[in-house]
Design a protein around this ligand. Structure first.
Ligand code: SF4
Length: 469
């Protein structure tokens, strides 16, 4: 991961002004939110499954070293090779040397956020190896020379019209914005890529300790083709993605599809155990599993360790009112939305990422929808606190909080301030005297009407309600 050139503030402003992006986000997140809601409503036992999944994640991470060792032994017993990568450089180096030693000219990839995290494509391409993304969303953004903006829907920020333009320009075909035609064009193009690929690189949704299997969950056949057609398959897996048993995997799968896309199960659930055996017709000659740390060990020992429970479903992104408005690119990191605002500074430190934990209204929706009930708001607050202690809070925020603390500690002053603020803002807003606030408060009214405070505070309403009872 690297920090982008523009400031977070500038990226957010640009995103809010981008009408095309706003439309794409409305459609993309809206669809996924309603599909998840329907899938959860239709599954009576879902809350019990969520509890069970959380217990499995907690148990696995409490004994991660043991389960990782068991997983590695199982992969090798099934005929695969295992490499432990301490960081991005080691993982990239292993992939590059493997490709070069096997005379690989073309790599085909299925969607993998962890390969984005270490910038694997860049490493291979710099050495003259062709890398082609085969997930439709990833294929679109690779052609458009962009980064993914969502962990499960990488091209969520694109409308079909934009996709039509990219295909016409980069594939040199007549323009179309018909989704079925676009899909067929990508399919035909990628089929030839698969047939000529020497190496397939995938991520791993889960690794199963008891038998060394890798589980890949996709909605396109590309994951299966990536792992079976080329002569070498390399899977890059974050070290936290372990489940102890196949039974535990089935618990996770019941949640992953429903939380991500509202499906009971994704269209393809691939379980890969070792390379092709002597009596099998399909599959790679070699399987290499790279287990990546890249900051995860430190995270495990920190007060953010719960972040490693994440199964990358994307539900917290889809439901986040901030993500819904600014999209993924504004975050500037590979991992976006609430989970990215914790994971990125958790893995990379706060030096470059101290603004991300502030990209949150603390509404709590992310925790509510997270299938494994990760307390994201609590971790965002911890990160804000750590950033403040490290001197990362902006002056205006420090001053504002100090002012609020001084007033809130004096109840009569607080009540007086509320009454005066309510009366003044209602007067100004109702007469239309103020539409926009002046700097430095102008950000509040750039994209919304001037907010009048409610006539009665929550405290007053609460007191009245108690009395009326
Ligand atoms: S934090 Fe929870 S909701 Fe967000 S991607 Fe991870 S598992 Fe899904």
């Amino acid at each position: 991961m690297s920090t982008p050139d523009e400031t977070f503030h500038k990226r957010v402003k640009d995103a809010l002004k981008d009408e095309q992006l706003q439309n794409a986000l409305d459609i993309g997140t809206g669809n996924l939110v309603s599909k998840r809601a329907k899938a959860f409503a239709a599954f009576a036992g879902i809350e019990d499954i969520r509890d069970r999944a959380r217990l499995i994640r907690a148990h696995t991470l409490s004994q991660l070293d043991g389960y990782l060792a068991q997983f590695a032994d199982s992969v090798e017993a099934a005929g695969g090779h295992v490499f432990w990568a301490k960081d991005a450089a080691e993982a990239n180096d292993y992939a590059l040397k493997l490709a070069q030693s096997k005379n690989v000219k073309r790599v085909v990839k299925s969607k993998s956020m962890v390969t984005e995290e270490i910038k694997l494509n860049h490493t291979l391409q710099e050495e003259g190896i062709q890398v082609v993304e085969s997930d439709l969303g990833e294929f679109i953004i690779q052609l458009g020379n962009e980064a993914p903006s969502h962990i499960i829907a990488p091209a969520m920020h694109k409308t079909r019209y934009e996709v039509g333009e990219i295909f016409a320009e980069k594939l040199e075909i007549p323009y179309t914005d018909d989704p079925i035609e676009l899909n067929n064009i990508a399919r035909a193009h990628l089929r030839q890529i698969f047939l000529g690929a020497d190496m397939g690189i995938s991520g791993a949704n889960f690794g199963v300790a008891e038998d060394g299997s890798i589980c890949l969950v996709t909605n396109e056949g590309n994951g299966r083709l990536t792992t079976t057609t080329p002569r070498i398959h390399m899977a890059l897996m974050g070290m936290e993605r372990i489940v102890p048993t196949i039974d535990d995997l089935s618990v996770m799968l019941q949640l992953l599809g429903r939380s991500a896309t509202g499906q009971k199960l994704s269209v393809y659930t691939n379980i890969v155990t070792g390379p092709r055996r002597a009596d099998e017709e399909d599959g790679p000659e070699e399987l290499h599993v790279v287990i990546l740390d890249n900051g995860r060990s430190d995270l495990l020992g920190s007060n953010l360790s719960e972040m490693l429970y994440c199964i990358r479903c994307g539900a917290c992104l889809n439901h986040c009112p901030v993500y819904q408005r600014i999209g993924g690119h504004a975050y500037g990191s590979v991992y976006t939305g609430p989970m990215g605002s914790v994971l990125t500074p958790g893995l990379q430190g706060l030096d470059e990422w101290s603004e991300l934990p502030h990209a949150c209204s603390l509404c709590g929706k992310c925790e509510e929808v997270c299938p494994v009930r990760i307390d994201l708001p609590d971790m965002l607050l911890k990160l804000r606190n750590a950033g403040d202690k490290a001197g990362k809070s902006p002056l205006w925020l420090k001053g504002g909080v100090q002012f609020y603390r001084a007033v809130a500690q004096r109840p009569s002053l607080y009540r007086m301030g509320l009454k005066a603020g309510s009366a003044a803002t209602r007067l100004l807003a109702s007469n239309g005297w103020i539409q926009k606030l002046p700097a430095p408060l102008s950000g509040w009214t750039d994209h919304r009407a001037f907010p009048a405070m409610a006539e009665k505070s929550f405290h007053q309403l609460w007191e009245e309600r108690k009395k009326s009872r």
